[in-house]
Ligand binder design. Structure first.
Ligand code: SF4
Length: 59
């Protein structure tokens, strides 16, 4: 665990996973990530956030 590279949180663009979701051991088994992926509206919101984060980084 200590030697793993910091995984990025899929639902918080630009942030690394802080294991904020109870029971998650990483983005792979994070319940919140699954929830967002399963919900079309949340997925669209996430896509918007990602585009925003990408735009921020290009400044
Ligand atoms: S536990 Fe899930 S929501 Fe929390 S930082 Fe990690 S991937 Fe993101």
């Amino acid at each position: 665990m200590a030697h793993r590279p910091d995984p990025k949180c899929p639902v918080r663009p630009g942030d690394t996973c802080s294991l904020c979701y109870p029971g998650a051991s990483g983005p792979e088994d994070c319940g919140l990530v699954w929830l967002v992926r399963e919900d079309p509206e949340l997925s669209a919101e996430l896509a918007r956030l990602r585009a925003e984060a990408a735009a921020d980084r290009s400044h």
